[in-house]
Structures are given as C-alpha cells and as structure tokens.
Design a protein around this ligand. Structure first.
Ligand SMILES: Cc1ncc(C[n+]2csc(CCOP(=O)(O)OP(=O)(O)O)c2C)c(N)n1
Ligand code: SF4
Length: 333
C-alpha cells in the first residue's frame, strides 16, 4: 500500500485507543505507525516496560494482533522460539500464510538487560524485526538512567545537584553495536518522521533475516518537557544531528535526512527539564565537578556539542554521500 495519509486513514488499526500510556507519549504514536506499516499479520513479543504495562492491563489490551509479554531481558529470545516454530510448521506444510515477527523492548530492555538475547537472536539469523523504543531511561520504574541516557541528563539514579552534573558518561552506540552483527537491515528514526519510520518498517519486515530499528521515543515524564512538545522534540533531535536518521542496508550506510541548517545542541537541551540544571546558575563543571556560580555550564554544553559534531562527521564518512543530498520526500515531517 502507498504511504499516503489518505490511504493510511482507511486502514484498520492494529494498535488501538483505550490504552493507559501517558497523553503525549511517543511510544503510542510509534507503535501505531509501526503496525500500520505492516502488510502481513504480525506476532509480537513485548518486554516489560511502559509499553507493556500501559497497553496490556489484564483483562484489557490495545493490541489486535498475536502478542506475548516477555520478561525484561529476553524479548529477542522469546520471538526466536516463536519464529523457529513457525519455520518448522511451514516446512511441514502445516502453516502456509506469511507471518511477520516483531520483538520489542525499551532502551533499558535493549541497551542493557536484553542485549545478550538480542545479540544471540541476530547472530542466529532469525527472520524478525527488533524495535527498541528508546525513551532514554527506565521510565516505568521511575526514570533511572540507562545505557541510552545522554550525558548530563538528570535522572533518579544520576541526579544533578551540588555533587553531580547529571549522567557522567555518553550514551552507548547501540545502533553501531547492532550494525557490527552484519544483519540485512537496521536503521534509526523517530515518530516525528512518520514516512521515514513507516518506510523503514516496511524495509525491515521485508529483509531476508533479522532487522533492527532504534526509535527515539519522546517521554515527557522523564524528559520533563511540555506534553504538547513531545513530537516536536523528536524533530529537533534530528535537526540538531543528536539523533541522525540513517539506515544500513546490507552493510551500506545511508543518511535519510540532512538538516538544511544544523541546529545547535542547546535547542535540543533547553526545552527539557532533565537538562534544566545545565542552564541554571550553580551548575557543576563537566570536568572537575566544581561549581559554576555565574551561569550555564558552558563547559558541558561544549562537550555535548563536540560529541554530536564528532559522531555526525563519522556518520557522514560512513555514508560517503559527499554532496549528494538524501531524498527528503521519504522523511514525511
Ligand atoms: C530482570 C528485571 N529487572 C527489573 C525489572 C523491573 N522493571 C520493570 S520495567 C523496568 C524499566 C524498563 O525500562 P525500559 O526498558 O527502558 O522501558 P520503559 O519503562 O522506559 O518504557 C524495570 C527496571 C524487571 N521487571 N525485570
Ligand atoms: S512515562 Fe514516558 S514512556 Fe512511560 S507512558 Fe509516560 S510518557 Fe510514555
């Protein structure tokens, strides 16, 4: 089906309303888009986290597809078993229809606790899509830092205060880690770029082997932004190059979006309360921990900007696109 809003509006939804995700949560928008992009029936395995807790509250469910709750650490292992059973039944002629398999985890369940199960499933070559809805912390249990949390963010386990400027280390490059598994398809995207996200889901589900999507998923509870600004923040993440939209297809890197004007990282940081201390008087030094009494923690801002610039340049080289601009038609902002 063509990716036009008119056509999509006629499609029956598989992720439906009535769930208990916070109003303005990026995860609901993300999974609505994912399931609308799927052409075949899907079986999903969803790890513990906000998405599971808020959408599958027994005896209610927001999912009109086959669905299993998985433990925090093994969503990819659960889907592996289901996919292997399907392949066996297919070989025996007991199942003839095409079914797609999607494993899901938050960033806690993917970057940290479920990484081993994910790596194993990718290596074994199961034909499934793994989606990490990445809200950059363990939100469901009270906003603890995860391997995806950006440096400088104040969380309940890395609280900014007189002794700390927030999380002291950069986030893990999980997309890079997954790319090192040499799987057929992987990508980064956001729910603000709906056409990009849905195109990537289609490619991922069509891949001949495992595929992976790392989706930046706004969470106003943890990011402490205005509810109404969630999707716009995801857009700013791409415009600052903090969260580049790119894909790796059979080892070939491709940028899907190059902002006309690369915005400074402060545009991503400022609307979020989790970075409020960086702009307040009395912030701590990124290097020494000593207190700045005079104003914003410029040292930390410089460090964050330098990291974004460095990663962006590295990505440009991997994509080797020179002056060739990506096809903006695919982004759909
Ligand atoms: C092995 C294990 N450790 C801890 C927990 C408690 N727990 C449930 S949800 C959650 C946080 C999940 O974080 P994330 O995967 O990032 O998803 P989010 O809640 O942010 O959507 C934790 C720690 C658990 N269920 N299982
Ligand atoms: S806490 Fe965050 S991720 Fe969880 S439901 Fe609310 S907005 Fe969504």
């Amino acid at each position: 089906m063509a990716l036009s809003l008119k056509e999509l509006s006629k499609k029956e939804e598989t992720f439906v309303s009535g769930h208990r995700l916070c109003a303005g949560c990026g995860a609901g928008t993300t999974f609505r888009q994912i399931l609308m992009a799927a052409e075949d029936p899907v079986v999903m395995s969803v790890a513990t986290g906000c998405l599971y807790v808020a959408t599958a509250t027994y005896p209610y469910t927001a999912w009109k597809c086959n669905w299993i709750h998985s433990a925090f650490e093994n969503s990819a292992a659960t889907i592996s078993g289901i996919e292997a059973a399907y392949q066996s039944l297919k070989r025996q002629g007991k199942v003839t229809k095409t079914i797609k398999f999607i494993a899901v985890g938050g960033d806690g369940g993917t970057f940290d606790i479920g990484l081993q199960a994910l790596s194993g499933a990718l290596e074994r070559g199961h034909k499934f899509l793994y989606v990490c809805y990445n809200n950059e912390a363990y939100m469901n249990t009270g906003i603890q830092r995860s391997g995806a949390t950006p440096m400088g963010a104040s969380t309940t386990t890395t609280p900014a205060g007189s002794a700390s400027y927030g999380k002291p280390v950069f986030r893990k490059d999980l997309t890079g880690i997954v790319a090192a598994h040499n799987i057929p398809y992987l990508a980064q995207t956001t729910p603000a770029h709906w056409r990009d996200l849905m195109t990537k889901v289609k490619k991922a589900l069509a891949a001949d082997g495992p595929s992976f999507l790392n989706i930046l998923s706004p969470c106003h509870r943890g990011w402490r932004n205005e509810m109404k600004d969630s999707i716009n923040l995801a857009r700013i993440a791409a415009d600052t190059c903090y969260w580049p939209l790119y894909e790796v297809e059979n080892g070939e890197y491709k940028l899907n979006y190059i902002p006309k004007e690369k915005k400074p990282i402060t545009e991503w940081l400022k609307p979020q309360g989790r970075f409020k201390h960086i702009f307040a008087k009395g912030g701590n030094s990124a290097e020494t921990g000593s207190t700045h009494r005079s104003g914003p923690n410029q040292e930390l801002i410089n460090k964050l900007q330098a990291n974004v610039d460095k990663e962006w340049e590295k990505l440009l080289k991997k994509c080797n696109q020179g002056d060739k601009k990506p096809d903006l038609e695919t982004v759909g902002t």
